[in-house]
Design a protein around this ligand. Structure first.
Ligand code: FE2
Ligand code: FE2
Length: 184
């Protein structure tokens, strides 16, 4: 498949940089997830990978909305490990409940279109059964979120170039497949 895209990298990065400089977005620098990755860094990674994926798939997207949805998708404003110490909340329950909290917090700071609200609310789908991604941007964020979470769990966040670490994921997948099929 030949990917033909008219997405503007400049428009995307300009929107992303503007969000990164916003003091309300900067709040998520104080919280961490996935083996200590800051929530800010995670959201930045998700934004970059979402855009990268759109280019790979040849999907025309709203670059500004994608940047906004990605940077705010985990705007739940706590560190998961701390919350678990305080409340005993399970990973599963956190997974199901934080998109709604992120949306409420984000709405209190930013104007969000219904499409942007859905990007945040649906990013954990299929865990959030009745809130599924309703746009290309929401699907991209949901997919990139899972991909980035795996990389972050393995501490593989040194380089943000999305192509650099693709072989790493491929090697891991091959290794896992060999283990499954050959019992190695
Ligand atoms: Fe999340
Ligand atoms: Fe996330």
């Amino acid at each position: 498949m030949i990917a033909i895209s008219t997405n503007s990298k400049t428009r995307f990065y300009r929107a992303l940089d503007k969000l990164a400089d916003d003091p309300a977005v900067a709040k998520i620098k104080n919280y961490s997830q996935h083996k200590g990755t800051s929530t800010f860094r995670h959201c930045w990674n998700v934004a970059i990978y979402s855009f990268h994926l759109a280019e790979k798939l040849g999907w025309e997207i709203d670059e500004v909305a994608l940047a906004k949805g990605a940077m705010l998708h985990d705007y739940y404003l706590y560190t998961v490990a701390d919350k678990q110490k305080e409340t005993n909340i399970s990973d599963f329950r956190h997974g199901r409940t934080h998109p709604q909290l992120a949306l409420e917090n984000a709405k209190s700071e930013f104007y969000l279109t219904l499409k942007e609200q859905n990007m945040i609310r649906s990013h954990m789908w299929p865990l959030t059964l009745f809130h599924m991604p309703m746009s290309k941007e929401a699907w991209l964020i949901s997919m990139a979120d899972k991909y980035c979470a795996v990389r972050e769990m393995y501490g593989d966040t040194k380089d943000l170039d999305p192509d650099v670490h693709t072989p790493w994921i491929r090697d891991l997948a091959h290794k896992k497949m060999r283990q499954v099929f050959e019992g190695v």
